[in-house]
Design a protein around this ligand. Structure first.
Ligand SMILES: Cc1cc2nc3c(=O)[nH]c(=O)nc-3n(C[C@H](O)[C@H](O)[C@H](O)COP(=O)(O)OP(=O)(O)OC[C@H]3O[C@@H](n4cnc5c(N)ncnc54)[C@H](O)[C@@H]3O)c2cc1C
Ligand code: SF4
Length: 478
């Protein structure tokens, strides 16, 4: 009861805290009734301002004012129908979109200093209510079509495209090199941000909708793109970006220095109940260790916060610029600070030292110099200013680049940009290879789930248009 009172007080003082509490699913269950009421109360705070900046700043252009109004009136089924008409996974976006930079950051009530309407939490609430009430059912197309689409990658872009194309009756097969579907939703984003049951529930829905998912299948190794093209009428490449940038300093080959995805995947697999050798033997388990994470983006924040939850002895985060220039979401940095992470701004690793295994990070202290080509001040080393930090586990979280898809897929003609991302038509997401489309991070570079969903939905329209034209031509010839 005392916990409940504390919760109520927090909500009264800072309505935006509702968002963070509702994200914690255990909490949601305990306070379900309470949250029902709070969601309706929050929804009724929307002034229906008529200038829906929230909607404009949502990459899916979700019809937020309408579903807020319906929620306030208790018409949750209608709210769900509107919300799901533009978003393939509203409960996921409601949990992990950086709302402070998107819809909520542009809410007029927030702009006028009264605290945003908690749009993300309400979106999640509406869809969770829909799941609980059985309103979300497997896709049953009105008619089955003879054409098939092969999708490479079961992340949010691939899943969104699969759902949209299946609704139209296409036969869909998704190929993924992981042993589970979900892409970064399942093995990148930690459980404390996105409960894995949410992803598994979606995957089951795909299977129940007769979407075939072939796991442990790596295009490039188990088949070429050409071979897949022979099996399907159209192909979507939605492979994400996975080439991790690395720290290139003396000692970086010492043991116990790992890329972020290896650390996060091990932790997520453990959370899903798998046996994970590298975790079970202690190698990738932060418990009792001095952990140093290098990087300042959201992936780095996920690593530090995972290490805290694994009961690390200490967790430090090295970032070469200052706090104001952190690329990650300010909310995530604040969360990490609150959880006791030691941020060492303006610092980067000079070298790693140790006897076989890493024992220490020697740090260069930095200052901010002139702006670089991106307009951000470039960090410069302050000669002679060094520090060192004890470390028995170092995690590199410096971002991701695309793998060399044309080479990997044995398709040298596939056009890429100077950043290595796949070049597509902006509207249809068609590549230069006939019948091949691309979507998500492999087109944009490392981005957000909500953008991957948007791309997947746009690519589905492009593919459908393409396949329709082929059928029309065949009909005319016949
Ligand atoms: C640690 C981390 C945390 C993040 N947190 C957030 C967050 O809180 N909010 C947010 O909005 N975004 C977040 N992101 C970004 C977000 O996860 C991505 O933008 C999004 O998942 C991209 O979707 P996608 O479908 O393009 O690719 P992915 O989700 O990367 O999926 C690609 C899929 O393709 C498969 N694949 C790759 N190559 C092959 C191949 N050759 N053959 C077969 N299959 C292949 C992969 O196994 C994977 O399943 C985070 C990213 C990371 C790394
Ligand atoms: S999808 Fe993301 S940006 Fe759009 S309304 Fe939902 S939480 Fe906001």
């Amino acid at each position: 009861m005392s916990k409940m009172l504390k919760f109520v007080d927090l909500i009264k003082e800072t309505p935006e805290k509702f968002n963070s509490y509702v994200r914690k699913s255990n909490f949601s269950e305990i306070y379900k009734e309470f949250i029902d009421t709070k969601a309706k109360e929050q929804a009724s705070r929307c002034s229906q301002c008529g200038t829906p900046f929230c909607q404009v700043h949502c990459p899916l252009q979700n019809n937020i004012p309408d579903w807020l109004k319906l929620t306030a009136e208790g018409r949750l089924k209608e709210a769900y129908e509107i919300s799901s008409s533009t978003n393939s996974m509203p409960e996921v976006c409601g949990s992990i979109c950086p709302q402070d930079r998107l819809c909520e950051g542009n809410c007029v009530i927030e702009q006028s200093g009264h605290g945003t309407v908690t749009i993300g939490a309400i979106e999640k609430f509406i869809t969770n209510t829909a799941w609980e009430n059985g309103w979300i059912e497997p896709i049953k197309p009105l008619s089955e079509l003879n054409q098939s689409v092969g999708i490479i990658g079961a992340g949010p872009a691939g899943i969104a495209a699969a759902m949209e194309l299946r609704k139209e009756g296409y036969k869909i097969t998704i190929y993924d090199r992981y042993d589970r579907a979900g892409g970064l939703l399942i093995y990148g984003i930690p459980n404390f941000k996105l409960d894995k049951s949410v992803v598994l529930r979606r995957t089951k829905l795909l299977k129940d909708s007769n979407i075939k998912i072939i796991n442990n299948f790596e295009v490039g190794q188990d088949s070429t793109l050409k071979e897949l093209k022979e099996k399907h009428d159209a192909i979507l490449i939605a492979t994400g970006v996975y080439k991790a940038r690395q720290v290139d300093t003396p000692g970086s080959k010492l043991k116990n220095i790992f890329p972020a995805m290896r650390f996060l995947t091990a932790s997520n697999k453990k959370g899903l109940g798998d046996k994970v050798k590298d975790f079970d033997d202690g190698t990738l388990n932060a418990e009792g260790k001095d952990v140093v994470v290098v990087g300042g983006g959201d992936t780095a924040m996920d690593c530090v916060r995972t290490a805290v939850r694994q009961k690390a002895k200490s967790v430090s985060c090295l970032y070469r610029r200052d706090k104001a220039n952190m690329p990650g979401s300010a909310r995530e940095v604040a969360n990490a600070e609150e959880e006791g992470v030691n941020f060492i701004w303006l610092s980067s690793p000079k070298k790693f030292e140790g006897n076989e295994k890493v024992e220490k990070v020697v740090i260069n202290k930095m200052r901010l110099g002139e702006p670089d080509s991106s307009g951000r001040q470039s960090p410069k080393i302050i000669e002679g200013a060094e520090e060192s930090l004890k470390a028995d586990l170092v995690i590199e979280a410096l971002g991701f680049e695309p793998e060399e898809i044309p080479k990997l897929f044995n398709e040298p003609e596939l056009e890429i940009t100077k950043w290595g991302t796949i070049k597509t038509n902006l509207r249809t997401l068609k590549t230069n290879i006939k019948g091949v489309f691309a979507a998500g991070d492999i087109v944009r570079g490392a981005s957000l789930v909500v953008w991957a969903i948007r791309d997947g939905r746009d690519a589905a329209k492009g593919i459908s248009e393409y396949l329709n034209n082929i059928s029309l031509k065949k009909t005319k010839v016949a």
